[in-house]
Write a protein that binds this ligand. Structure first.
Ligand SMILES: Cc1ncc(COP(=O)(O)O)c(C=O)c1O
Length: 409
C-alpha cells in the first residue's frame, strides 16, 4: 500500500516552482497531475511496444493490443462492470456522453419523449441532451436544487412520468462538490422504465464506484481526472444496451466485413472504437488505476474530506468570504467561494502569484451559476497529493487579497 503522507514525491511536477514559490495545485477538478509511473508507462509504450492494435500479426502489434485490452479489463474491475466488453474507450467524458446521446438517443427518443437532467450538470452532460431534444422534438426537464444546493428529490419524483426515457445526472458536481443520492435516483427512474446515465467525471477517482450495485445503465468519465493521461475517456454501458446501439463513428477497425455498398459491424465494445484509438494513453491509464488501488479509494475519500473540512473552516472564518455550500451538505473534494468586491479571476491571479493554482469562472456550468445568482466563482479542488500545508498556502494567498483590496478581514 502507498502512504498518503509522502505521496507528493511520486509526482515530478511538484519539483518545480511557480512564480518562485513551490507549486500548490488546487485545480484537480479540471485535471489531475500524473505520477512518475504513468509518465514512464507512456514513454515505455512508445519506446518498447509501439504498433497499431487488433490488425497486426507481428509480435509488436500483439504486445500493443495486449496492453490496450488489459486496461479495459482493469477499468472493468475498478468500477465493477460485469464484463470488460461493457467498457468503451473514447477521447473523454464529453465524447462518452455524446456517444450515448447520438446512438441510443437516435434510436429511442421521439417527439414528446422526456429527458431529465439535473441543475448541477456540467455542459458535457447538458448540451448533448439539449441538441437531442431539439432534433427529436423531445422535452428536456431539469431537477431543481434545494436551498442547501442538493438535488430536490421530491421535485425529481414529480418530473418522472411515463414519458421519461432517460435521466442524466452527475455523481458529483464540479462546482459545488455535492453528491446526489444516485441509488435512490436510479431506483426511481427504473420504476418508471427510464434509463440513467451517470456522469462520473468528478467522483470516479475519488471514491469507490460499483456500477453493478448502483445499477446505472451508463457511466461516463475521463482518465485525466484520475491521474491518467489526457485523451482517454470511458463509457460503461450495460452489455445488452450497448449491443442494441448502432455505431457512433464509422470506418476502419469497427467492421467485420465491408462490401462495396454495405458493411457489417464488429461486436461491442469495438463497434464503438472506429479508427486507430489512443493506444499509448489507454495503455498508460492502467498505471493510474493501479496507483489509485495501491493508495486505496477509501483512504483517498477520507483524505479529501479532511482537506475539504480544513479549507472550509479556513475560508468560513473570514466574513468577507462566502462559501457557496454549507459543511452540513454532501459536498467534498470541491470548494467554491466568492469574495465580496473581488472578481474570481482576480482571486485566482493573486493565488497564482503565491504559487497556488485554483480555478475561476463558470467551470463549464453556466446555468448552475445563474441559479446560484453569482456571475462566477473561485474554486479549490483537492486530491490525494494535497496536504494541510497547501491549505496554509491558500490562506496566505487569501490574506494577500485582503491586503491588496484593502479589505478588513
Ligand atoms: C462533472 C463533469 N462532467 C464532465 C466533464 C467533462 O470532462 P472532459 O472535459 O474530460 O470531457 C467535466 C470536466 O470538468 C466534469 O467536471
Amino acid at each position: 500500500m502507498k502512504r498518503l503522507d509522502d505521496i507528493k514525491k511520486e509526482f515530478p511536477i511538484f519539483e518545480r516552482t511557480i512564480n518562485g514559490k513551490p507549486l500548490v495545485y488546487l485545480d484537480n477538478a479540471s485535471t489531475t497531475q500524473k505520477p512518475r509511473g504513468v509518465i514512464s508507462a507512456l514513454s515505455d509504450f512508445y519506446s518498447l511496444h509501439n504498433a497499431n492494435i487488433h490488425r497486426g500479426i507481428h509480435a509488436l502489434s500483439e504486445e500493443a493490443t495486449e496492453r490496450y485490452e488489459q486496461t479495459r479489463k482493469t477499468v472493468a474491475r475498478f468500477i465493477n462492470a460485469e464484463v470488460p466488453e461493457e467498457i468503451v474507450f473514447t477521447r473523454n467524458c464529453t465524447e462518452s456522453i455524446n456517444l450515448v446521446a447520438r446512438t441510443w438517443g437516435e434510436m429511442h427518443i421521439g417527439r414528446g419523449d422526456e429527458i431529465i437532467v439535473s441543475a448541477l450538470e456540467h455542459h458535457a452532460n447538458l448540451v448533448p441532451w439539449q441538441v437531442l431534444c431539439m432534433q427529436k422534438k423531445a422535452k428536456l426537464l431539469v431537477i431543481p436544487l434545494t436551498s442547501e444546493h442538493e438535488l430536490d428529490m421530491a421535485a425529481y419524483e414529480k418530473l418522472l412520468s411515463k414519458k421519461t426515457r432517460m435521466v442524466c445526472v452527475t455523481a458529483q458536481s464540479n462546482v459545488l462538490g455535492v453528491c446526489p443520492d444516485l441509488k435512490d435516483l436510479i431506483k426511481k427512474a427504473h420504476a418508471r422504465k427510464a434509463l440513467v446515465l451517470v456522469d462520473g467525471a468528478q467522483s470516479v477517482g475519488h471514491r469507490r464506484t460499483n456500477v453493478q450495485a448502483l445499477d446505472c445503465d451508463f457511466f461516463a468519465f475521463s482518465a485525466h481526472k484520475m491521474l491518467g493521461p489526457t485523451g482517454v475517456g470511458v463509457l460503461f454501458g450495460k452489455y445488452e444496451l450497448l449491443e442494441d446501439m448502432p455505431p457512433f463513428l464509422v470506418g476502419g477497425d469497427m467492421v467485420t466485413t465491408v462490401e462495396q455498398y454495405r458493411s457489417f459491424y464488429r461486436e461491442v465494445p469495438w463497434r464503438f472504437e472506429a479508427g486507430t484509438p489512443n493506444i499509448a494513453d489507454v495503455a498508460a491509464f492502467r498505471s493510474a488505476i493501479e496507483f489509485l488501488d495501491e493508495v486505496g479509494l477509501d483512504s483517498i475519500e477520507a483524505h479529501d474530506r479532511e482537506l475539504w473540512q480544513a479549507a472550509f473552516t479556513m475560508l468560513a472564518a473570514n466574513p468577507r468570504v462566502r462559501v457557496l455550500v454549507s459543511d452540513a451538505c454532501s459536498a467534498t473534494s470541491v470548494l467554491p467561494f466568492v469574495i465580496e468586491g473581488v472578481h474570481p479571476h482576480d482571486i485566482a491571479t493573486i493565488f497564482d502569484s503565491e504559487g497556488v493554482a485554483i480555478r475561476s469562472g463558470l467551470h463549464c456550468a453556466e446555468p448552475l451559476h445563474r441559479r446560484l445568482c453569482v456571475p462566477a466563482t473561485a474554486r479549490m479542488s483537492f486530491y490525494l497529493y494535497n496536504t494541510f500545508q497547501d491549505i496554509e498556502m491558500a490562506e496566505k494567498a487569501l490574506k494577500k487579497i485582503f491586503k491588496i483590496f484593502s479589505l478588513t478581514p
